[in-house]
Design a protein around this ligand. Structure first.
Ligand code: SME
Length: 149
């Protein structure tokens, strides 16, 4: 599945769209094509503030459009610079719930010139669905997106 999606992501990156439209198309592609992806979004560092701001996303609207560094899974990744795979969100103390249907989450940081400037965040309604294949694929997606930022 992911090997078939990689060229589609690259085609979006190379297309004649704005960066925002490209990221929106990637969110919609991933949500539509990966059965265990129920919400897909990008968060980015908000100017020089120590907070994340929601960018493009596909899935239900969320109240959490601003997340301070250190808060929730997203805020922790903003500080750790490392992938965060959560097989069971109920087992996490520092977690911001967006929907009661969400069972698991993965957040992968996005680097531009070695700096962690944002992340891709996936919520899943399936318990413990994420593997190393998700991590490698989402790292690829972020590497591609970094080219247009
Ligand atoms: N669950 C995230 C908040 C963002 S929503 O998933 C869209 C977190 O704990 O950081």
């Amino acid at each position: 599945m992911f090997s078939a999606l990689r060229p589609l992501v690259s085609t979006i990156i190379d297309s004649n769209k704005t960066p925002e439209a490209k990221m929106q198309a990637i969110c919609e592609l991933l949500k539509a094509e990966v059965p265990h992806y129920d919400w897909v979004g990008f968060y980015f560092k908000n100017g020089d503030k120590r907070e994340l701001k929601l960018g493009s996303y596909a899935g239900a609207p969320t109240d959490h459009t601003i997340i301070p560094y250190g808060k929730g899974i997203c805020g922790q990744v903003a500080e750790s610079n490392q992938n965060f795979v959560v097989p069971d969100v109920q087992a996490q103390d520092n977690y911001i719930a967006c929907s009661i249907t969400v069972k698991a989450e993965i957040v992968v940081p996005l680097f531009v010139d070695g700096e962690n400037i944002g992340q891709i965040d996936i919520d899943s309604n399936t318990p413990d669905p994420f593997t190393k294949a998700d991590e490698r694929f989402l790292e690829f997606v972020n590497f591609e997106v970094a080219k247009i930022l």
